[in-house]
Structure formats: C-alpha cells, structure tokens
Write a protein that binds this ligand. Structure first.
Ligand code: AMP
Ligand code: GLY
Length: 420
C-alpha cells in the first residue's frame, strides 16, 4: 500500500482525492493544503516545493500535482531529483501553458491547427497591426494570469484598450511583458483532456465547461462555472480528429523536440464547421471539468497515474466510463470573479443522495462548520441516466445548499441538451 499526496485546494483536487481514496492500492490520501471538504489536510502551500517534497519523502507518498502554478515552478523536476514518484509534466513541458507565445510558436512550427497571430512587446505596433486587420481579435498576455489574461474583443477600440491594459498598465504584471494578438474565431468550445506518458495519450471522457459568469454565456470569463460529461458536441468522428490532429501530434512533436510530456494534456478547442483548432493548452486537468469526468470513471485512476509516470500507458487496459451523464454546478460567492465576501457559514449538506457528490473548493472547516473561503466555493456533481436527469439531480442538491451570498448559473448543461 502506498500513500498519496494531492497538491492543491480546489474542486479538482477534491475530486482527485476522492477518486484515489477508492483505490484498493492506496492507503492514506493527503491533500496539501486542501479545503474544508478534503481529508488529511497538510498545511503546506502549493508554492513550497521543499516542504511538499519533504512531506512526500517522509510519508512514502506518490504525489499528484493539481494546479498549473507549482507545475510551472518546476515541482515535478524537484521531486524527480529527489527520486520521488510524482504525476505531472516537467517544467519544460509546462511551457505549453505557462507561455502562450511558446505554445503558439510550437503549434505553428508543428502544423497544429490554431488561430492566426502575431506577437508584440510594443503597444503602438500592436495597435497598428489591429488596424491593418479586417477581423476582430483576442489579446492575450503571454504568461500565467490566473485565467484572466485573455481579452476577447468586439471592436478595434476594445482591442486598443486590451493592449493598454496588458502591455502598458501591466495589469497582469510581468505576464504581460509580451502579448499575442490573434484572430478571433467563432464556433463551439469544448475541452479535450488526455492522459499522457511521454509516448502516447489516452483520452478522458469528453466534457464542456461554462466559462462565463452569467447564464447564456454572458459576462466576464471565470475559472469555470460548471461542466458536464460527456458532451455530444464531440462525436466519435470529431474525437478521432482531435486525437490525431491535435493531441497525438502534440505529444509526438514535444518528443521530437526532446520534451517528454507526462501528465494531463488539456486542449481548449474551438470547433468551426466541424474542424477543431486549439485556443489554448493546459498542462493539468480542467476545473470544474475534472469533477464530472472523475464521477464517470469506472477504473482505478491510481493505476493510470503510475503508468503515466512509468511510461507504460500502452500496456494498460482501455479505460471504461459509466454510461451515464455527470453534471457539476459550481456554487460561487456572489461578486466572483471580482470581489466577494468570505467566511459565511454554509448549510444544507445533510442527506445528499449517493449518486451526487459535493466537491469543495473555496471552503474551510472550523469547529465542525463549513465556511466559504473563496470565489468558487462548491461543485455539486451529479450522475444521471440522461443529461437531463443529471442536471435535475445536480440542481436539486445545489438548491438545498445555502449561504448568504451564494450564486450559481441556472443553465449548466443546457448547451448539451440543445445538441441531443
Ligand atoms: P484561453 O485562456 O486562451 O482559453 O482563453 C480563454 C477564453 O477566451 C477561451 O475559453 C475562449 O472563450 C476565448 N478565446 C481564446 N482565444 C480565442 C480565439 N482565438 N477566438 C475566440 N475566442 C477565444
Ligand atoms: N475550466 C477551465 C480550466 O480549468 O482552465
């Protein structure tokens, strides 16, 4: 038996901890720093690479890294140097997410479909370029900006203001030293996530996120307000196309460039006229996509993590998935993704049916009470025999749970229904 350490404190990490604790091969699952819902929390922050690796060594842990920040800081390399087993990509491989410019150039030189773009460090030149185009653009900060460094523009004026925000006002700090100005493409967005071992990539169940704060995809982007799996938007033909033209090609191209990609590879995809192109890469599971995907897993995730680390995914049996839908409705603090209040007591956790799981994100447990402690607070995740019933199940519980400034979208999963 082995112990597991899950690094992170979001809904994604709660879902991973929950799933791994079901493995007969796993003894104790620790979460660092964890949240009000995770068990065996270890008070070490995700940026304390030495503290985390000391803990993993002392407690004989196989470690799983959830969020991008410690990955980009090189946590996997640090663990490997100490001979510790750790699941996730190396620092070099995280460039796919930590530098959008690196990722765009990588896609261009390897012929992976993505929107046309140019790179700038000069605001005037960027504005002149925008003026020369006959289409709308998206302005992106190069570096990590907690999911906020992307501004989708509806006019040249919006683009000018986005250029000022990122490049001149430096709203995202050094992440905005350089920007990408890329063509805004229309279509349908979906998430495609695969588990990789440096050689091959096996797809996870398909899913779709709901990124905007308000119903009908209105308002600013967030980390994600809800997700469902599977999504009918990606049928078998399209899945094959994405796997071959994007995922397999990415893993192979990384290998050709001397970088072994291990871990979750997440491609944010825009589908236009049935053709996929990459909006962004992430080098980790999506949050909240992880929650419904994990609920549908009918296999021992721990075995697949070990196989990823050991480069042995090709010898694993095919993954199997519950033939049900799963829907995750995120309950957030009103005001998110801007400012919001914390420390409000949450009630309504009693008598939750066993086909539903409430994953915690921004919560903390004090004297047996659960308090809100972040923007995205809980992810009510329900299974159902159809997408429709999974939606109903999720909202039944979501509506039972309450605190003073609770907010959630009312239309999670509806996009999927319109494709049935
Ligand atoms: P990213 O972090 O690059 O995925 O961007 C965040 C969001 O911005 C995406 O989920 C899309 O909704 C939107 N977006 C990014 N790039 C484009 C693009 N080229 N065209 C249209 N929308 C985009
Ligand atoms: N839900 C989007 C992400 O994890 O980046």
């Amino acid at each position: 038996m082995v112990n597991v350490l899950v690094v992170g404190s979001g809904g994604r990490e709660h879902a991973l901890s929950w799933k791994l604790s079901q493995s007969p091969k796993v003894d104790t699952v620790f979460t660092a720093p964890g949240n009000g819902g995770t068990e065996n929390n270890v008070p070490i922050n995700v940026d304390d690479l030495d503290g985390l690796s000391d803990f993993a060594q002392q407690n004989n842990c196989f470690t799983i890294i959830g969020p991008e920040a410690p990955l980009a800081a090189g946590i996997v390399d640090r663990f490997n140097q100490r001979g510790l087993k750790v699941f996730g990509p190396s620092q070099q491989a995280t460039q796919l997410e930590s530098s959008k410019i690196w990722a765009k150039n990588f896609m261009k030189r390897n012929d992976i479909p993505t929107a046309r773009y140019e790179i700038f460090d000069d605001a005037q030149k960027a504005q002149d370029y925008v003026k020369s185009l006959g289409y709308n653009v998206v302005v992106k900060a190069d570096g990590l900006a907690a999911g906020k460094g992307v501004i989708v523009c509806n006019s040249n004026e919006e683009a000018f203001s986005a250029i000022q925000t990122i490049l001149v006002k430096k709203t995202f700090g050094d992440a905005g030293n350089r920007i990408i100005v890329e063509e805004r493409i229309d279509g349908i967005e979906a998430s495609y996530i695969a588990l990789c071992d440096g050689e091959i990539a096996i797809p996870m169940a398909t899913s779709q996120d709901h990124k905007r704060i308000f119903d009908n995809d209105k308002g600013p982007n967030t980390g994600g307000m809800g997700a469902y799996s599977p999504t009918m938007i990606i049928d078998d033909t399209l899945a094959k196309k994405i796997q071959e033209k994007i995922i397999d090609k990415t893993i192979q191209a990384m290998k050709n460039e001397g970088i072994s990609f291990k871990g979750f590879l997440y491609a944010g995809i825009m589908i236009t006229n049935n053709e996929p192109s990459v909006l962004e890469y992430n080098v980790r599971m999506g949050d909240p996509e992880c929650q419904p995907i994990t609920m549908r897993m009918d296999f021992d995730l721990y075995d697949y993590f070990v196989a990823s680390v050991d480069g042995k995914l090709s010898s694993m049996p095919p993954t199997s998935w519950k033939n049900q839908s799963a829907v995750c409705v995120v309950l957030a603090s009103e005001g998110y993704p801007e400012s919001y209040v914390k420390n409000e007591e949450i009630s309504g956790f009693d008598s939750i049916p066993n086909n539903i799981y409430v994953f915690h994100a921004g919560t903390k447990k004090i004297d047996g009470k659960i308090l809100s402690n972040g923007g995205r607070v809980l992810g009510v995740t329900a299974l159902g025999d159809s997408l429709k019933s999974a939606i109903t199940n999720a909202y039944t519980v979501a509506d039972e749970i309450s605190w003073s400034h609770k907010y959630c979208r009312r239309d999670i999963g509806q996009k999927g229904l319109s494709y049935l």
